[in-house]
Design a binder for this molecule. Sequence first.
Ligand code: ADP
Ligand code: MG
Length: 161
Amino acid sequence: MFNITMNEFTQYLPDEVTMRRFAKHLAQIVMAQASPRAVVIYLHGDLGAGKTTFTRGMIQGLGFAGNVKSPTYTLVEEYQIADKAIYHFDLYRLASPEELEYMGIRDYFDKGAICILEWPEKGGELLPSADLELFLDYVDDARSLRAVAQTELGHQIISEL
Ligand code: ADP
Ligand code: MG
């Protein structure tokens, strides 16, 4: 049964090290879900709030040793970690939602993939809806993160945090 009171989780992140540690923790929980379809995570927050830093923390936290660069111009970067595809999108520079059509957006949301999206609001209706939405906010030099579950799967992830 979907419990609305367990729908949200808030975490204070005093510095980047703490953010990366929390991102790794979340990534390990997401990775462990036996989901037959893609896990979709939306990242919200102003420029510099830490969306890319958080994603980098997730991907490197899962053991990826390489560089995780912002997909600002490429729109998407792909990582392969232990049989799982992880797609990191940044749709800030998307000219129009139709551009997703040309990218073959549906192929990215294959079974088993983990899809992390910065600026999902630019994607329009072609984007699959989120399981989990993460909202990053400035608190002076620190940040706070609010996680909101939008599906049963998202709820499961939050309950394990
Ligand atoms: P976004 O992708 O949201 O535009 P970035 O992750 O690219 O943001 O940039 C976040 C910036 O904020 C980085 O320069 C990072 O070093 C800095 N920063 C300062 N304090 C924190 C914190 N508490 N958590 C995460 N990043 C922080
Ligand atoms: Mg970014």
